[in-house]
Design a protein around this ligand. Structure first.
Ligand code: NAD
Length: 360
């Protein structure tokens, strides 16, 4: 089977980490015998400057025809304030119903991190909740009826809660079989209450998976003090956004935080971090998050199509990254190394090609 995967560079460090991730993934696919046809598409500031829109129509239409895509970070805060310079990623998530934002946090023994032996994944509902740029069919979920009053709305639907809960429980079957629902139904009795009800309902469908609930404030405390017992966390949009940055902080920072947004028909590899304008152009951005986001995309496509070649490519990437990190000779400065983005990427690419596929 062959795959068509889009490449959207994004902004700032996206121009540095996305090509590196694609280079690693290309090597892994070739080595594992999987056929991937990469297709670069315009998005972000560069698309605005050349085509007059940060999300040109052609990009959306072409994505529909692809199996998945890689999206670099979007530096939307620096966009001109015009309707043609929108933040494109909420539109992509909504348009393709990418309801599950899957954000792992994993510590590596050789890297400096606040905690060792962390291996958890956050399933964050992606398309509604307390996110005013994506929770309404039209207009914003924030409005100001008078000069001195602002209302910000959270939207919770049973369908979205059930969808994200099912995705989390399914993933737990392949991990430590443990799901923790994170919410605050003690206060948000209706909104978080509906989320909790949905999680409990889905838990009954997965009797082999242990299930518990933790209030979001307590979860922040528990993650900082002792994150090791947690496996799969499932939560609503804003709580997931905040907790996943916190989880990244536990294991070495945002450069160590990959992510996948997945829906019924498409998936998008998009690291948790932003476009990091403070380090853009310096060649020091950590490519791990973007490389492992593409690894997650390969795994998602491989599982969906039961494609051993693509699954092998995903395993190759994971092994090569782990080995390069363990050896510590080609790491970016945020990980305590002296290497550039490209040097770290090249080391992973070379290791991918060196690993024995038959041994996987
Ligand atoms: P950020 O994630 O870009 O950066 C936060 C800090 O982490 C910075 O010090 C940065 O240098 C560091 N960092 C991030 N990625 C790194 C990497 N791969 N390697 C090493 N260090 C890394 O957050 P910000 O500065 O608040 O936002 C910058 C822009 O990105 C804004 O326009 C914001 O709106 C946007 N943003 C986009 C996304 C996304 O596209 N998913 C997410 C968050 C923020």
């Amino acid at each position: 089977m062959s795959y068509r995967i889009g490449v959207l560079l994004g902004d700032d460090i996206g121009l540095e980490v996305v090509p590196v991730a694609v280079e690693v993934a290309t090597a892994a696919a070739e080595h594992a015998g999987a056929t991937v046809d990469w297709q670069e598409l315009p998005i972000g500031r560069a698309a605005y400057d050349t085509l007059g829109s940060t999300l040109p129509d052609g990009t959306l239409q072409t994505l529909q025809t692809l199996d998945g895509w890689v999206l670099g970070p979007i530096g939307h805060q620096a966009y001109p304030k015009t309707p043609k310079a929108i933040n494109p990623h909420p539109i992509l998530r909504k348009h393709f119903d990418l309801f599950a934002n899957i954000r792992p946090a994993k510590s590596y023994p050789s890297l400096k991190s606040l905690h060792k032996d962390v291996d958890l994944v956050i399933f964050r509902e992606n398309n509604e909740g307390f996110q005013p740029d994506r929770n309404m069919v039209a207009g914003s979920g924030e409005f100001r009826p008078t000069e001195d009053i602002t209302l910000s709305m959270r939207v919770i639907t049973r369908r979205a809660c059930l969808n994200i809960a099912r995705a989390a429980f399914k993933a737990a079957l392949t991990r430590k079989k443990q799901v923790t629902a994170v919410h605050k139904d003690t206060v948000f009795k209706l909104g978080c209450g509906m989320f909790a009800e949905a999680c409990k309902e889905v838990a009954l469908e997965f009797p082999d998976v242990a299930f518990n609930e933790v209030m979001v404030d307590t979860m922040a405390l528990k993650l900082v003090m002792a994150p090791q017992p947690f496996d799969v966390l499932v939560t609503t949009n804003m709580f997931g956004d905040i907790l996943s940055d916190l989880a990244a902080g536990l294991v070495g920072g945002l450069g160590m935080a990959p992510a996948l947004s997945a829906g019924p028909n498409h998936a998008m590899a998009q690291a948790t971090h932003g476009s990091a304008p403070d380090i853009a152009g310096g060649g020091i951005a950590n490519p791990y998050a973007m490389i492992m986001s593409v690894q997650m995309l390969f795994e998602w496509l491989g599982q969906r199509n039961q494609d051993r070649g693509l699954l092998a490519a995903a395993t190759l990437i994971e092994r090569a990254v782990s080995e390069i990190i363990a050896e510590g000779n080609a790491l970016t400065p945020d990980l305590g190394g002296l290497s550039s983005t490209q040097e770290m990427g090249r080391a992973v690419t070379e290791r991918v090609s060196f690993l024995e596929v038959a041994a996987l």
